[in-house]
Design a protein around this ligand. Structure first.
Ligand code: SF4
Length: 211
């Protein structure tokens, strides 16, 4: 980690700006190349992340690593990965708006110091936070957005893919190809995607991941 980013991480390690400080095992600040051109931003730590102190280390993280390697040819040390909230919401509940707001200065500092060319928001919470929108991921994904001097590309949370979304898997792959093109400076037009399939019935139960 760069010196400046390490200083911020050290400060965040004792943060008590919101109630999540009371139930966390540790602050999960972020990992990867501090000078990366590519930054992934997810939702918040789960149980594995809270225990190990690293974002995206459970099944979702393994799937994300696999898809990034297959579609972008990058391993984890080539990018940086963080979350909108740095402490685990208890019982895997959604992070609350006040918690996201309290934690946002840490994310803003990370983004400023890493200074990525491409930011990929993973799932609804990161996308809504960084794009300042109430729209869900299904509506906003499929294109690139200006984000300061960078480009922001929204995609699904891999947890949504693990819950059975074959169509979402193909769309997430297309989003990662879009991110690869943006990194290379190519126009961010969407690569061809498969025609919409009939969604499995259980997806209706998973509104927070797909809305
Ligand atoms: S979630 Fe963020 S704001 Fe809340 S205690 Fe953890 S580091 Fe601080």
């Amino acid at each position: 980690m760069s010196t400046e980013l390490q200083v911020v991480a050290d400060e965040a390690a004792t943060c008590v700006r919101c109630g999540l400080a009371e139930t966390r095992t540790q602050v999960v600040f972020g990992v990867g190349d501090p000078h990366a051109d590519l930054l992934f931003v997810g939702e918040g730590p789960g149980a594995d992340e809270d225990r190990l102190g690293e974002p995206f280390v459970g099944r979702s993280g393994k799937l994300l690593d696999q898809l990034v390697l297959e579609e972008m040819g990058l391993t984890r040390e080539r990018f940086y990965i963080a979350n909108v909230v740095k402490c685990r919401p208890p019982d895997n509940r959604d992070p609350r708006p006040d918690e996201i707001e309290a934690c946002n200065p840490w994310l803003e500092k990370q983004i400023a110091l890493i200074d990525p060319k491409v930011v990929v928001t993973v799932g609804n919470f990161a996308t809504r936070t960084l794009l300042s929108t109430k729209e869900g991921i299904t509506k906003v994904r499929g294109r690139a957005y200006p984000f300061g001097a960078a480009v922001l590309i929204p995609t699904f949370h891999p947890a949504a893919i693990l819950r059975g979304g074959a169509q979402q898997m193909a769309q997430m792959r297309a989003d990662l190809v879009r991110a690869k093109q943006a990194l290379a400076g190519a126009p961010g037009d969407a690569p061809a995607e498969p025609a919409p399939a009939v969604a499995p019935a259980h997806e209706a139960d998973d509104a927070r991941l797909f809305e």
